[in-house]
Design a binder for this molecule. Structure first.
Ligand code: SAM
Length: 390
């Protein structure tokens, strides 16, 4: 495909997305009907679509319309490119610009337009004068990080092995497990080091937050919201404790046995009805469902789908999960609360509210990352239960 045809394909995908088709489905649907598209074409179209979703409202302003065509025209202008050589109407290129499209003032709107307007007051409360810097960081593609599985390798050995698979990577100072991928990121899942469980995809902010937790070296840990198991695997690489995994939707843990076996660790799955009998635990991790606002540059679609009602539902669920998880901790044990949110209402305020309604618990550690300090936004609070509440 020509570069112009790739832009035209991105318009088609975005038009479907604007009709409420999830972005992954819209991309797959386009690719099915475009057998001529090779893997580089598919990757380029995907990049254009995600670049637009990160900066949707600025693209719409610069393109004159919230349509696939308007958004892509806006993206081209946002990137400082002249649209005329792309909108040629020749072959599979988009049709020539109309006089109205050609005369849109090329003045970049405020970067804050890329954040949902209804959330700006809450984000201002969390970030104050750093908010424009945060918005600029969130408009960029996210870097790719790997976690070296220290049970099987070292960071230096993994970096060398990745290089032999054509992947450029380097250690991250100050984080003993983290590796930053600097080239060839799309090949990571095919690399030997990944296939053999020496490295896992995991963001730097999560790795730093996990390093800040005082995991019991032995005993029993419950990952209450285990999902795909990213945190459970990270814990298993650090601790000899028995690790039990649970999720209200067990189907979300379907890949976990294969991932655990690749990593060379053992995880024990338990259903909700068996948890009380399986407990109590030395530590319970609650990596709760959240707005995902810390990961919006990886998953920009989520930013436009979040509503005030959905956020309120999530906050209720988070406080319910905290209460349930706390009941599974042994006296003197710990409860670790995690979110990939940037919002106080899902982070500090949830912890404060839990401490206020649940006597006998204290905050022993807190760790916050944002796209300005690491890569994704991430929050961790470690709470410890007094041995006696008498
Ligand atoms: C943020 S994700 C977990 C990500 C996972 N820990 C990881 O590192 O890959 C939150 C998970 O909580 C689960 N969940 C939702 N409601 C729950 C509940 N009431 N109890 C336990 N898990 C719940 C969801 O199914 C989802 O898999």
């Amino acid at each position: 495909m020509t570069p112009e045809a790739r832009y035209a394909a991105a318009m088609t995908v975005l038009d479907r997305w604007l009709q409420h088709v999830p972005v992954e489905k819209a991309l797959t649907g386009w690719a099915r009907g475009a057998r001529y598209a090779g893997s580089k074409d598919r990757a380029a179209v995907r990049d254009h679509v995600f670049d637009v979703l990160r900066c949707k409202d600025r693209c719409a302003a610069l393109g004159g319309a919230e349509t696939g065509r308007g958004l892509v025209l806006g993206l081209i202008r946002l990137n400082g490119l002249a649209p005329e050589p792309i909108f040629t109407g020749q072959g599979f290129a988009p049709p020539v610009l109309s006089p109205a499209e050609a005369s849109i003032p090329v003045q970049a709107p405020d970067v804050l337009a890329d954040l949902p307007g209804w959330l700006l007051p809450a984000l201002r409360q969390s970030f104050g004068t750093d908010l424009p810097d945060l918005a600029r960081a969130m408009a960029q593609r996210a870097p790719v990080y790997l976690r070296a599985n220290l049970r099987k390798t070292t960071v230096d050995e993994a970096v060398a092995l990745l290089a032999s698979s054509g992947i450029g990577a380097r250690a991250v100072p100050g984080c003993e497990t983290a590796i930053e991928v600097v080239s060839g990121a799309r090949g990571v899942r095919h690399a030997q080091a990944y296939q053999d469980g020496l490295v896992e995809l995991q963001d730097l902010s999560v790795q730093r937050a996990c390093a800040a937790v005082d995991w019991p070296v032995a005993g029993r840990i419950l990952d209450y919201c285990a999902g795909g198991g990213g945190k459970a695997l990270a814990i298993a690489a650090r601790s000899e404790a028995e690790i039990v995994v649970h999720d209200a939707n067990p189907a979300r843990m379907a890949d976990l046995p294969a991932r655990a076996s690749r990593a060379g660790v053992r995880l024990i799955a338990r259903e909700t009805s068996a948890l009380t009998r399986a407990g109590p635990f030395d530590l319970v991790l609650a990596d709760v469902p959240c707005s995902g606002s810390g990961t919006w540059r990886r998953d920009p679609e989520a930013k436009w789908r979040l509503t005030p009602e959905r956020l309120a539902d999530l906050q209720r669920l988070q406080s319910d999960i905290l209460d349930r998880a706390a009941r599974l901790v042994r006296p003197g044990g710990s409860l670790v609360y995690m979110t990939c949110s940037l919002l106080h209402s899902e982070n500090e305020k949830q912890v404060e509210a839990f401490l206020a309604r649940t006597p006998g618990w204290v905050l022993s550690e807190r760790h916050t990352e944002t796209p300005l300090t690491a890569s994704d936004g991430f929050f961790m609070a470690e709470l410890t239960q007094a041995t006696s509440t008498a």
